[in-house]
Structure formats: structure tokens, C-alpha cells
Ligand binder design. Sequence first.
Ligand SMILES: Cc1cc2nc3c(=O)[nH]c(=O)nc-3n(C[C@H](O)[C@H](O)[C@H](O)COP(=O)(O)OP(=O)(O)OC[C@H]3O[C@@H](n4cnc5c(N)ncnc54)[C@H](O)[C@@H]3O)c2cc1C
Ligand SMILES: *[C@@H]1O[C@H](CO)[C@@H](O)[C@H](O)[C@H]1NC(C)=O
Ligand SMILES: *[C@@H]1O[C@H](CO)[C@@H](O)[C@H](O)[C@H]1NC(C)=O
Ligand SMILES: *[C@@H]1O[C@H](CO)[C@@H](O)[C@H](O)[C@H]1NC(C)=O
Ligand SMILES: *[C@@H]1O[C@H](CO)[C@@H](O)[C@H](O)[C@H]1NC(C)=O
Ligand SMILES: *[C@@H]1O[C@H](CO)[C@@H](O)[C@H](O)[C@H]1NC(C)=O
Ligand SMILES: *[C@@H]1O[C@H](CO)[C@@H](O)[C@H](O)[C@H]1NC(C)=O
Ligand SMILES: *[C@@H]1O[C@H](CO)[C@@H](O)[C@H](O)[C@H]1NC(C)=O
Ligand SMILES: *[C@@H]1O[C@H](CO)[C@@H](O)[C@H](O)[C@H]1NC(C)=O
Ligand SMILES: *[C@@H]1O[C@H](CO)[C@@H](O)[C@H](O)[C@H]1NC(C)=O
Ligand SMILES: *[C@@H]1O[C@H](CO)[C@@H](O)[C@H](O)[C@H]1NC(C)=O
Ligand SMILES: *[C@@H]1O[C@H](CO)[C@@H](O)[C@H](O)[C@H]1NC(C)=O
Ligand SMILES: *[C@@H]1O[C@H](CO)[C@@H](O)[C@H](O)[C@H]1NC(C)=O
Length: 623
Amino acid sequence: MGRQHNGSRALGLLTLLAASATATPLVKPAKVVQTVDNTLKGVTANVKNLFLSGTTPNNTSSRCKVYPGDRNWPSDAAWASLNKLVDNRLLNRPDPLAAVCYNGPLYNAEECVKVTAHWNESYSHFDNAVEMMSPVAQGMTCLPPNIFDSHNCTRGGFPMYVINATKPEHIQHGVNFARNTGVRLVVKNTGHDFLGKSGGKDALSVWTHYFKDIEYFENYEDKEGNYSGPAFKAGVGVQAFEIYKAAHEKGHSVVGGEGETVGIFGGYIQGGGHSPLTSLYGTGADQVLAFEVVTADGDYVIANSTSNTDLFWAMRGGGGSTFGVATSVTVKAHPDLPTTASRFSFTSEKMGNETFWAAIRDYVEYFVPNADAGTYAYWTLIPNVFTGIFSFGMSPFFAPNKTLEETKALLQPWLARLEELGVNVDPNITHFPSYYEAWQSSFPLEAVGKINATTGSRLFPRANFETKEKRDELFQNLRQSSENNRVQVHFNIKAVDPANSDNAVNSAWRENILFSQQAVRWNPNGTAAETLKARQDFQSGDMQRWRDISPGAGSYLAEADRLEPDFGQAFWGDKYPRLLELKAKLDPYDVFFAHTTVGSERWKVESVDGLPNENGKLCRVEN
Ligand SMILES: Cc1cc2nc3c(=O)[nH]c(=O)nc-3n(C[C@H](O)[C@H](O)[C@H](O)COP(=O)(O)OP(=O)(O)OC[C@H]3O[C@@H](n4cnc5c(N)ncnc54)[C@H](O)[C@@H]3O)c2cc1C
Ligand SMILES: *[C@@H]1O[C@H](CO)[C@@H](O)[C@H](O)[C@H]1NC(C)=O
Ligand SMILES: *[C@@H]1O[C@H](CO)[C@@H](O)[C@H](O)[C@H]1NC(C)=O
Ligand SMILES: *[C@@H]1O[C@H](CO)[C@@H](O)[C@H](O)[C@H]1NC(C)=O
Ligand SMILES: *[C@@H]1O[C@H](CO)[C@@H](O)[C@H](O)[C@H]1NC(C)=O
Ligand SMILES: *[C@@H]1O[C@H](CO)[C@@H](O)[C@H](O)[C@H]1NC(C)=O
Ligand SMILES: *[C@@H]1O[C@H](CO)[C@@H](O)[C@H](O)[C@H]1NC(C)=O
Ligand SMILES: *[C@@H]1O[C@H](CO)[C@@H](O)[C@H](O)[C@H]1NC(C)=O
Ligand SMILES: *[C@@H]1O[C@H](CO)[C@@H](O)[C@H](O)[C@H]1NC(C)=O
Ligand SMILES: *[C@@H]1O[C@H](CO)[C@@H](O)[C@H](O)[C@H]1NC(C)=O
Ligand SMILES: *[C@@H]1O[C@H](CO)[C@@H](O)[C@H](O)[C@H]1NC(C)=O
Ligand SMILES: *[C@@H]1O[C@H](CO)[C@@H](O)[C@H](O)[C@H]1NC(C)=O
Ligand SMILES: *[C@@H]1O[C@H](CO)[C@@H](O)[C@H](O)[C@H]1NC(C)=O
């Protein structure tokens, strides 16, 4: 087994021999569907070597990736050849949205007002080739001045070149070029990632947003994958609102996030992915039947239950931008279940703190039965330091496959207790004929682009709810975080796995009852040192308290803090050793990198301000 190399390619042959000489059961992608080497005819001889697939790069010993000004930075002719190979879809320094607000050729005061007004909407950002919805991770170098004045619009953590890819070959050329030149490669889909994993200063970016095809299979048979039934094959650029609509039209639903515009088949699904349907069907990654993937060698392969099974295992939960670039994902389809949903809220303003907290404490009693009943609750706890008022928001309580009566019965014990406490809520409990309609009605578009906050998270396992003492302890720790001015977002869900899939999803998800997030906020005008201190204190303080009461549990890699300590254990638990081994086998030269991904410990972005962001060179960590 091994890549089917052309016998004349000595490097490939060596790789093949090396692989068969070791006794390891881990194999490199076995079946080459397609290489792009036969498309290089028009490329001039002096740069042709930069486009070959399957090569061992020459420059693995330099400390940093290759940057402008370095001797090995590709020539203009080399970039021009890349542009030609990708059908003239290489964008050179595409502009960020707020460029219209700053001196320069794009300056336009009217446009700037519009950009500013819609800045916090994801719709503004995902059609832009470079925008990242986390300016904090980008380096804050080009925001509308009324939101944050960066004085000049500079590129910061934005990539330099972007392949606006529409075919796997475009990605193959990009991967080969990055591997052969040592230029940093990033992959961007929608740019939603909170940790900024879709950007990187002066990188070459592969932008997957326009892989939009959706195909329906009425009966997908996969014996080894333990599945027989309907399925959708989606291009990796497909977003939640698109796949939910397509599924609904066929009388189905698929497991995807709550957010309207999140890319379901890029970072979300490879990183695990939780959903309003997770308490019924498991994580997003548990639904995957096949990926089409461009590997680190630049080959285009299929990873499924029988083909490239290591890659298939790793990409179901191991995280994006690590093992390959997916171009399509095939997932299970489920029935479009009738669903009941409810939104309600209350604050401490009239009732006072003790009543408010008694109400929250009582809610903790119902997390286990509600998750076990297959429901999903997305609820928030928001403090206001100026007024001293706390707010609770249920947004929403979501009960797929439950009637109105069943849902009322689930909520009734807590609602009765709220009434006893004198907490006035009048929940609007509504039944919808389908998941799709319930989802559309229940989840308003969320704001993106926060400039002075970052979120840490914890997957609180069932063990935290087993005794009254444990529930008290958990409650006290949530209350403490509110009193310390943390905005909290919680998901009361469990990640069942009916198909018993063996994949790379963090085992901590299987124990989860409450997935909890809290945020640290800082003055955006403060110094870098002040920001860093606030972020570090948050990790050693409020986040450490949450870790201390849930030993051995984890955090969710897509909704987490770049400063999460020991992130390998936190994001993958007992799956991490195998993931590290597979990273070394499948991407031995670290062509793929994003912060806090598997194997990323070997590298560090040396940011210009010392903060955790993408505005700096990517260099090896010296040891
Ligand atoms: C408003 C909002 C709501 C959210 N709701 C949920 C939710 O309900 N459930 C949940 O689990 N998460 C949720 N998230 C988190 C979400 O899962 C992550 O932000 C995720 O990274 C988004 O993936 P993307 O592909 O859209 O984003 P991007 O930022 O473009 O990419 C994320 C990461 O995946 C990599 N990547 C993207 N595409 C590919 C590909 N084809 N092949 C290889 N690597 C790839 C990128 O390199 C990057 O590292 C939410 C986030 C936001 C901002
Ligand atoms: C690799 O890079 C180093 C230093 O950056 C340079 O000296 C060397 O010539 C390069 N090797 C090749 C084969 O290009
Ligand atoms: C902004 O850019 C201009 C031109 O490059 C430069 O002269 C000026 O010093 C910059 N200002 C700031 C505040 O960085
Ligand atoms: C990227 O490609 C798509 C599809 O061809 C096109 O609609 C879009 O305008 C392109 N975007 C940019 C910034 O070139
Ligand atoms: C690496 O170096 C060898 C020998 O100098 C050369 O033949 C090969 O083309 C180089 N590869 C790349 C990608 O530059
Ligand atoms: C898995 O991929 C292989 C290789 O392409 C293919 O032959 C096989 O049919 C696929 N399995 C399923 C269930 O589609
Ligand atoms: C409630 O608690 C907050 C801080 O935890 C405090 O600021 C506020 O004054 C308290 N409210 C009342 C009414 O006691
Ligand atoms: C939905 O409810 C029906 C009727 O109670 C039940 O038969 C079915 O198994 C449920 N579906 C899921 C996915 O739980
Ligand atoms: C209850 O919620 C439903 C769905 O969101 C909405 O259509 C309806 O108007 C609401 N009813 C009341 C009384 O607010
Ligand atoms: C987004 O910003 C607008 C004003 O720019 C504001 O009115 C709105 O409340 C913000 N949305 C959210 C969800 O914060
Ligand atoms: C199918 O189920 C078996 C037995 O439960 C499990 O070992 C295997 O990993 C499953 N296959 C996939 C692709 O999840
Ligand atoms: C975060 O920034 C927003 C917008 O500039 C501001 O209103 C808020 O006060 C800031 N938070 C802190 C803690 O400074
Ligand atoms: C940051 O500074 C700007 C300009 O000096 C000011 O308008 C803004 O209110 C400040 N923001 C905060 C949160 O202090």
C-alpha cells in the first residue's frame, strides 16, 4: 500500500519503501484518485518543481515559514504560474471590508457608514475573501474606525494571496505550492472561527466558500459504516441555512449548528459540531459517511469506512486545517421531526439576587433528565456591572420530536418552582410541524466581530450532576463567574452516538450534560500588556475553577480560548495520542497549520504585539 507513484519519481519511491519497512498499521492515503501533475504542461521549467505533488520539501529546516523578503519567497513568475494553474482565481492582497474607511484608493465615506452599520452581521463577512469574524484573532488592524480605530488599515493577520477555489484541482495546486515553497497555507471557509483559525499573516489561503453543490441520495448503503438510508453530499462551502433548506425540501433534517450562516461542512463538522439535534443523534462528525479530500501530498482522495480509513477517522472530530482540505462531505439525513420550542427570560432587577439565584439553582436539577429526554437548551447568564442586575435567557428550549404537551411536561417542574419563588415567566411554548420551521423561528442571527472579548469553555460531564453536593458545587461556580462579570452561554445537551462510531470526537462529549462557555472582556483601548493580563487572569482564575471541578473533562475546540492550557488533552482527551501519530503520518511537513490544532504545539505565531493573534510570522517553537 502507499501512494501509487510514478516509478520515475525517486522521492515517492523512497516514501513508499519507508512506509512498508515500518511495522506501523497506520498507512498514508492508499488510493490516489487524482494528482494534478499531468496538468503542468504550460508551466515554465524553472518553476515547475514548485507544483509537483507528493514531494518532500527542501526547506523543512528553516525556523519560520517563508515570508516576503526571504530568499525563498516565490518569484512573481512563480505566483503568476500558480494563478494560471488555478484558472486565474488567485487573488492578490484582497481588500478587507473596512478598507473603504481609510485613506487609500478604496476610501468611500458612504460605504464606510454601511460597513460600520452591518459590521456585527456574519452576512457582511463571509463573501469577503479574507475577513475573519474574530478581529481579536486577526490582530485588529482594519476595523471601521467607529468600532475600533486602528489608525491605518493594514493587513495584519490577513493572508496575502487567496485561491478562490471552485474545483479540487485549485486546492491541489495551492497545497503543492505551499508544501514546495514553504509559504504558510491557511484554509478559510466562512471565517466564523472564534480562534482565528481561518487566517494567517502573509499566507496563501485556500478559500472554500464556493463549493456549494448539494446532492441527495435516497438510499446510501455503507455496510462498514453501519448505515443504510438517506444521505446528502454537500460541497464544503455549504452553510447551515442552505443545507437545512435543501434537507427540508426532501422531508429531512441534518445535524448542524444553530447559527444560520456557519459552514456546516468545514470547520464545524471536522471539529465535532454540536447541534439542536445532538441529544438525539450525536455530533456533526458522527454523521459523516465520506469526505473527498485534498491531502498534504496534493492528491485528491476519498476517505470513508473502507478507503483511507485513518484519514476518515481523524477528520471526524480531529479538527479542520490539520489532515487535509475537504471538498465535499457526505452525511446521514434524518426525518424532519416535528419540534416544540420555547424562549423566555427573567432578570434579578425586581426579585433581587437571592431569588434570582435560587431560580437558577433549581434549574440545575433538570439538566440530566432534559438531556436524557433528547432536548437541547441554549441559555445565557448575563451580568451588568453598572446596574448589578443579572439576566437569564432561555433562547431557546428546543425539543425535537416532542409534542406541545410533552414539552410542557418537561418544563413544568422548573416552571412550578419559579412560580413558588415569585419569578414571573410566561413562556411562549410553540409547536412546529418540522425541525426546519422550529429552527428558523427560534434562533435569531447572532452578532459577530467582538473586539474585546474571548470565550473559554468546559464540557461538564454527568458526574457533575450526580449528587446534590455536586450540583451545588457546579451552581456556585456558575454564580461566581457571573459575579466576576463573565457573560455565560450554556448548552444543556448530550452527545449520544447511536451508531457507535469510532472517530476522533473528544470522548468528553460522550459524558457531556452541560457545555458551558464564559467570556472575559477588556477595555479595547488598553495596552497589549493589560489585555494579555486580563486574558491570563481569566485562564488562571475563572476557567481554572471550572476545570478544577471537572477533572479529566474537556473543552470544545471550536468554542474555546486560544490560551486553553494543555489543549490537546482538553480538545481530544484520550484520542490525542493517535491524532498526533496520524498528523505525523498524513502531514509530516506540517503543510497544514492552525492555532490549537493537532500538532500545532510545534509552531507559534510570533505576533507583533505579543497577543494571541495571527498578526505575525509562523515559526517553529525552539526546544
Ligand atoms: C455565530 C456562531 C454560531 C455558532 N454556532 C455553533 C453551533 O451551534 N455548534 C457548533 O458546534 N459550533 C458553532 N459555532 C462554532 C463553529 O463551529 C466554528 O466557528 C467553526 O470553526 C466554523 O467553521 P467554518 O468552516 O464555517 O469557519 P472557518 O472559520 O472558515 O473555518 C474554521 C476552521 O476550519 C478549517 N476549515 C474550514 N473548511 C475546511 C475544509 N474544507 N477542510 C479543512 N479545513 C477546513 C479552517 O482552516 C479553520 O481552521 C458557531 C460560531 C459562530 C460564530
Ligand atoms: C532552503 O532554505 C535555506 C535557508 O532558508 C537555503 O540556504 C537553502 O538553499 C534552501 N534549500 C533549497 C534546496 O532551496
Ligand atoms: C499610516 O500610514 C501612513 C502611510 O503609510 C503612514 O505615513 C502613517 O504613519 C501611518 N499612521 C499610523 C498611525 O500608523
Ligand atoms: C469567487 O468566485 C465566485 C464563484 O466564481 C465568484 O462569484 C466571486 O465573485 C469570486 N470572489 C472574488 C472575491 O473574486
Ligand atoms: C529541491 O532540491 C532539489 C535538489 O536541489 C531539486 O531538484 C528540487 O527541484 C527541489 N525542490 C523544490 C520544490 O524546490
Ligand atoms: C468508499 O470509497 C471507495 C473508494 O472510492 C469506494 O470504492 C467505495 O464504494 C466507498 N464506499 C461507499 C459506501 O460508498
Ligand atoms: C446583586 O449582586 C451584585 C454583585 O454580585 C451587586 O452588585 C448588586 O448590588 C446586588 N443587588 C442587590 C439588589 O443586592
Ligand atoms: C420520535 O418519536 C417517535 C414516537 O414517539 C419514536 O417512535 C421515534 O423513535 C422518535 N425518533 C427519534 C429520533 O427519537
Ligand atoms: C409565540 O412564538 C411563536 C413562534 O415564534 C410566534 O409566532 C407567536 O406569535 C408567539 N406568541 C406570542 C403570544 O408571543
Ligand atoms: C449590532 O450592531 C447594531 C448597531 O451597529 C446594534 O443595534 C445591534 O444591537 C447589534 N447586534 C447585536 C446582536 O449585538
Ligand atoms: C461500525 O460499528 C462498529 C461496531 O460497533 C464499529 O467498530 C465501527 O467503528 C463502526 N464504523 C464506523 C465507520 O463508525
Ligand atoms: C468592550 O467594547 C465595547 C465597545 O467598544 C464597550 O462598550 C465595552 O465597554 C468594552 N468592554 C470593556 C470591559 O471595556
Ligand atoms: C476607546 O477610545 C475611543 C477613542 O478615543 C473612544 O471613542 C471609545 O469610547 C473608547 N472605548 C472604550 C471602551 O473606552
